[in-house]
Design a protein around this ligand. Sequence first.
Ligand SMILES: *Cc1c(COP(=O)(O)O)cnc(C)c1O
Length: 388
Amino acid sequence: MKEQTKLVRVGRAKPQGPTAVNPPVVRTSTVLHADLKAMGEVRRRRDAGEQLFSYGARGTPTAFALEDALCALEQGDRALVYPSGLCAIGAMFLAFTEPGSHVAIADNVYPPVRRLAETYFKPRGVSCTYFDPDVESLQVALQKNTSLVLLESPGSGTFEVLDLPAIAKLTSANGTLLAVDNTWSAGVYLKPLLLGADISIQAATKYICGYSDVMAGAIVTRDEAYKPLFDVSSNFGFCLSPDDCYAALRGVRSLHARLDRHQQSALQIVEWLDQRDDVDVVYHPALSNHHGHDFWARDFKGSSGLFSFALKQGKDDETERFIGALELFGIGSSWGGYESLALPVAPAALRTASVWSGPEKLIRLHIGLENVEDLTLDLERGFSTICH
Ligand SMILES: *Cc1c(COP(=O)(O)O)cnc(C)c1O
């Protein structure tokens, strides 16, 4: 079966008598057992790693259906779900670091990850090194006690693509876990676990849920890395509500179709922006001069709707004026929903490993499911504010 077919079928029961298409939302805290012996048996098997219904916070049948769908999507053994993408990243740090460990984080990651590392984990004895998003810089950053490497490919804001197989070789030789934030590709266009990563994380808030109405996080991993993550969820009570699991699973059903449309529309707009005289540079992995384009062409099956660009002048308040003139592009954080968004990005302030030498201000666009000509006309409104 091809992936699109799998994602339509996964997590659904075989009809036995009249059966609803979708798995139901199972809301519960308590799970009842026939007797104490049966209850003890379920708990024992659950703690040994089986996906078993034992308590609301340890996963409901609705969460299990979503976990199975996420495993099918990312081609992993086990999935865990969290109340947000950032919570998933935090849980991973809790599972794989301790006082005295070291983590290496790509310098272009989602900025709140850096805040979490600096303000929570550093004071608790976990040292952090940020590395330029390339193999050579990671090689320098790796230490004997590096327990975890976290990267995002392509990175938030500037979209550099990394050489994942080469990085996986380095980390595995060092006994270090490699985690990839795979939110940009939605798991549709990149399978980090097949390229040697140990952990793939997604802000399911974005494309998986797809309608800007749910917060959710997901981790997909191999059997080996599952138990420490499960233990963290048990210890802290991390879980995702059954209603949100249901919404995320519904998003998985249409993920390929939506991503295909985000991809096509974004590529049309990228091409249109790239040939304009008033645009300085477009940051999109499909462009042949983009940082890591060859790795993208080799490892990814496509591209999503998020990229950035810089105006040729981009000085004073032109970037802000451009964004302010847009009527179809909303102004707001997050992305991955059906609607288009625009935000200013200032990469220099977000980096510490090296000095950002590109344009000072970028405009990050999320291309939604609107008609692409309407979006282009809207962007013309932005350009008209800076034409003199
Ligand atoms: C949004 C985002 C997150 C965090 O997800 P939340 O669900 O908002 O906590 C993590 N990584 C990337 C790349 C993101 O874009």
